[in-house]
Design a protein around this ligand. Structure first.
Ligand code: UT7
Length: 356
């Protein structure tokens, strides 16, 4: 893969940028991940709720996921993933212009978790903010980072996806608790000397009218007006505040349609054919959703990456977890076309098509 640009910055975060005629190349210079130590199997979950390894495997593809323990927080995961990515990229923390942390499980509303992560790795005075686009957050972040670097005003941007959803699911609700896990993944997005590298197509979308298909209410006043808070057997409300509420089937149908539409949109926008894509890296929501998209576009199994069996749905962390494994295992080569895509609460959805 192309390395970060080697010449001295001609434009920092407050600089003038490059002449407009000169296209700025963008590369993914390094990646890193962090996982909690505690692995939770389907059989572990079946000790608490009425479910089974067979049901979870067949309906979702998930076998294990990781849960954070004790005093650790999303900040610890995000910091460790970022440090690993900086090492991989051979970029110093002090060279970062910006830290974008995609998460729906920040430590607090203020300060952003990103600001504290930036400080802990020594990235001050880099800009830092949390990005709330649920499972789409990391792909939103890739699009923002690449566009900022293309502008010529920024050189190195960290994009992190980190979640601790095990703290925000009702562990007695079998409809949701089986799906989610904790993790963090990070990418260093940098200016490249090669102007042919970077994003060929990107899209970010939302449909806020569908907000109650997947939401995390803090108090009862935030429930949909037509919902009776005493009825917890229907999809969309499990009776516990500060936990994810989900209409599983609605989200499933939406995700199948949007995943296919997003791939088609990226192909149409670039004039590419499915076989031109070296790799599709989708958000890991449900193996059946991903398999449907793979079949629709006739993609061979190894061209659409799946690791949900080991990590479950880690929301904003799932795409960078996949990206890191693909780089580590040599599945991505310089010049490859790689399509990232994700769908999440909001509803939100996003694509980012790269020549890496
Ligand atoms: O990251 C984006 C956010 N999330 C998603 O993308 C998730 C999208 N949705 C899904 O992945 C699926 O809808 C689920 C995996 C959540 C559920 O699978 P499903 O095939 O849609 O199941 P269902 O909700 O239609 O339920 C089928 C049956 C029901 O029983 P009855 O009414 O047929 O007797 C459920 O009560 O399965 C039952 N069920 C379970 N049984 C065993 C629901 N959850 C479980 C469970 N174990 N964990």
């Amino acid at each position: 893969m192309a390395g970060p640009g080697s010449e001295q910055p001609d434009a920092g975060t407050s600089g003038k940028g490059l002449p407009s005629a000169q296209r700025v190349g963008v590369c993914i210079a390094g990646t890193g991940v962090a996982l909690p130590e505690r692995k939770v199997t389907n059989d572990d979950l079946a000790q608490r709720v009425d479910t089974s390894d067979a049901w979870i495997t067949k309906r979702t593809g998930i076998k294990t996921r990781y849960y954070i323990d004790g005093d650790s927080t999303v900040r610890d995961l995000a910091r460790d993933a970022l440090l690993a990515a900086l090492t991989d990229a051979q970029v110093e923390a002090s060279e970062l212009d910006l830290v974008i942390l995609a998460t729906i499980t920040p430590e607090m509303a203020c300060p952003s978790t990103a600001a504290r992560v930036a400080a802990e790795v020594g990235a001050n005075p880099a800009g830092a903010f949390d990005l709330a686009a649920a499972c789409s957050g990391f792909v939103y972040g890739l699009n923002l980072a690449s566009s900022l670097i293309e502008s010529g005003r920024y050189r190195n941007i960290a994009v992190i996806g980190a979640e601790t959803l095990s703290n925000h699911v009702n562990h007695d609700d079998r409809r949701t608790c089986i799906l989610f896990g904790d993790a963090a993944g990070a990418a260093i997005v940098s200016r490249s000397d090669d102007p042919t590298h970077g994003v060929l197509h990107q899209a970010m979308h939302s449909a806020g009218q569908l907000w109650d298909a997947l939401f995390l209410p803090r108090d009862l006043s935030q429930l949909p007006a037509d919902l009776d808070p005493n009825v917890t057997t229907e999809p969309g409300w499990n009776g516990q505040l500060d936990t994810l509420q989900m209409h599983g089937q609605e989200v499933f149908k939406f995700a199948v349609i949007q995943t296919c539409d997003m791939i088609q949109e990226a192909l149409d926008a670039t004039g590419l054919q499915p076989e031109d894509l070296a790799l599709v890296i989708p958000h890991q929501s449900n193996q059946r959703i991903m398999a449907t998209a793979r079949d629709r576009f006739g993609l061979p199994k190894d061209k659409l990456y799946i690791n949900i069996d080991r990590f479950g749905n880690t929301s904003a962390a799932s795409v960078p977890l996949c990206l890191h494994e693909c780089r580590r295992d040599g599945r991505i080569k310089a010049g490859d076309l790689v399509l990232f895509l994700a769908i999440g609460g909001g509803m939100t959805w996003s694509t980012s098509l790269w020549r890496v």
